[in-house]
Write a new protein. Structure first.
Length: 221
């Protein structure tokens, strides 16, 4: 994964009001922590950050140039989104070094097609892996090609790039292939299920995430 160069500026306003003003200015409130250093509150340009996540995934590697002259490498540890506006409320960024290995959750994509009249149940959408911080995969793949009802895909079936190691049980079930329900069965159950509404993350919760990261970093120091 290539580095994404992005600018940032120190943030001096905190709490709900400060975070709201930061977002109104077109920036994303963020906290930068790790390596036993004191957490730093910064603001990232919202458009550039959104583009980086869109093109590189949630585990994008950022080369951050802070206006006070500091330059650091970091990956996103936690991202809080506004599900209604589809914007970013807050980001926790973990400091990394070249050659350092870190543990992250990576999305798993199922490729291929199972046999006809089957339904794929994705039990785990991500897997935890350990990898070089500068070579984090944006996704992992597992094949369901030709699988019949009753088959399972486990973590051991997921293809891992060189240098990437699982940190979960290889027998962890990623997906299950079942018999697809018939139209009559769906009708008997009352039609198509209604999707659950996404829970809105409040500004206060986003700031609390940053405070939790700060506490964690102080504990590591």
């Amino acid at each position: 994964m290539s580095e994404v160069k992005i600018s940032a500026e120190p943030r001096t306003e905190f709490g709900k009001g400060g975070a709201r003003r930061t977002r109104r200015a077109g920036k994303v409130p963020a906290v930068l922590y790790g390596h036993g250093e004191k957490p730093r509150h910064i603001a990232l340009p919202a458009r550039e950050f959104a583009a980086a996540i869109r093109h590189n995934g949630a585990n994008a590697l950022f080369a951050i140039d802070i206006t006070d002259g500091t330059q650091v490498l970091a990956v996103s540890k936690a991202i809080q989104r506004d599900p209604i506006r589809d914007t970013f409320d807050h980001v926790d960024l973990l400091l990394v070094r070249r050659g350092e290995k870190i543990t992250v959750d990576v999305p798993v994509q199922l490729v291929g097609e199972a046999v006809r009249d089957t339904l794929i149940v994705h039990e785990h959408a991500t897997l935890s892996v350990n990898a070089d911080a500068t070579k984090l995969p944006d996704h992992l793949e597992a094949s369901i090609e030709g699988l019949e009802a009753g088959s399972q895909v486990t973590a051991a079936d997921v293809k891992l790039p060189a240098g990437v190691e699982l940190t979960v049980d290889p027998e962890l079930v990623v997906a299950v292939v079942t018999v697809a329900p018939t139209a009559e069965q769906l009708e008997a159950e009352g039609g198509e299920p209604v999707a659950e509404e996404a829970a809105e993350v409040t500004e206060a919760e986003a700031e609390e995430t940053g405070e939790a990261a700060e506490a964690e970093a102080k504990a590591e120091a």
